[in-house]
Write a protein that binds this ligand. Structure first.
Ligand SMILES: C[S@@+](CC[C@H](N)C(=O)[O-])C[C@H]1O[C@@H](n2cnc3c(N)ncnc32)[C@H](O)[C@@H]1O
Length: 242
């Protein structure tokens, strides 16, 4: 199982990360046990400071319909399910069978199975089939795909809804000259920069960057805007390469 590399490449001082991870209250009960177990095994879940932050904002926003892209073993999905109330629901997507099996077990164990639907498959194929609308979307999957998934998220998000995207700073290298970036991560670098360039000063969006973990990009959809031109652009790129 892949180690959560970005948990060990924080973008703020090491001592502060340690402080946040040890001094911010641990989660109680089964959720706390799940978090501990994931961290011991190196399962890639959101770091504690991000989980605490997410928990706090969801407690304030009180979303009913949540979409998650990237379930892993169901830690953040279970955390979010605790906020949707009796009528709400979390829909989460993952394509990796090892994760899917554990996520299902964990949703049962934590008593949130009736509040969570796990859609199995590549989000690139699942997202176009969804109709939403969602009050809150949490995107925590392959970073090279965030830009491609943005048009779907924006279509699925309610006006006034919030999209939170995890791990956008590439351990602080996101602003490096692309020529200096190792070839194996160049696509992620380019796509994350395209994502930032698209959303940061977009008139239909309100955006914030929060340097927790490897960086959170938070987007509120203020009004409708059709981002499907991004999909066309990516499709054209693929055809040019073929
Ligand atoms: C960082 S983990 C998610 C952690 C989880 N949100 C948590 O904090 O508990 C990323 C997950 O996204 C899944 N993933 C990556 N790319 C995907 C894609 N294109 N479609 C569906 N799942 C994807 C991986 O299989 C992995 O389980």
């Amino acid at each position: 199982m892949a180690l959560n590399e970005m948990m060990h490449r924080p973008v703020v001082k090491k001592e502060l990360v340690e402080f946040m991870r040890t001094r911010l209250k641990p989660f109680s009960g089964e959720l706390g046990e799940l978090e501990k177990d994931a961290n011991t095994r190196g399962v890639p879940i959101i770091p504690h400071e991000t989980a605490v932050f997410l928990n706090m904002i969801l407690g304030q926003i009180k979303p009913k319909q949540i979409l998650e892209i990237g379930a892993a073993i169901g830690f953040s999905g279970s955390l979010m399910a605790q906020h949707v109330g009796p009528e709400g629901h979390v829909t989460t997507i993952d394509r990796f069978d090892v994760m899917i099996r554990q996520a299902k077990d964990n949703f049962e164990k934590l008593g949130v199975a009736d509040k969570v639907t796990l859609l199995e498959g590549d989000a690139a194929e699942v997202l176009p089939t969804l109709s939403g609308p969602y009050d809150f979307i949490f995107m925590d999957s392959a970073k090279s795909k965030y830009y491609e998934f943005l048009p779907h998220c924006m279509r699925l998000l309610k006006t006034g809804g919030m999209l939170v995207i995890d791990d956008v700073f590439q351990a602080g290298t996101i602003l490096d000259d692309v020529k200096e970036v190792p070839k194996r991560v160049r696509k992620i670098h380019i796509r994350l920069n395209q994502l930032m360039d698209t959303v940061l000063d977009h008139p239909a969006l309100e955006t914030a960057l929060v340097p927790l973990g490897d960086g959170l990009l938070m987007i509120v959809k203020k009004e409708d805007f059709d981002f499907s031109y991004i999909l066309e652009e990516i499709e054209k790129e693929k055809q040019t390469r073929a």
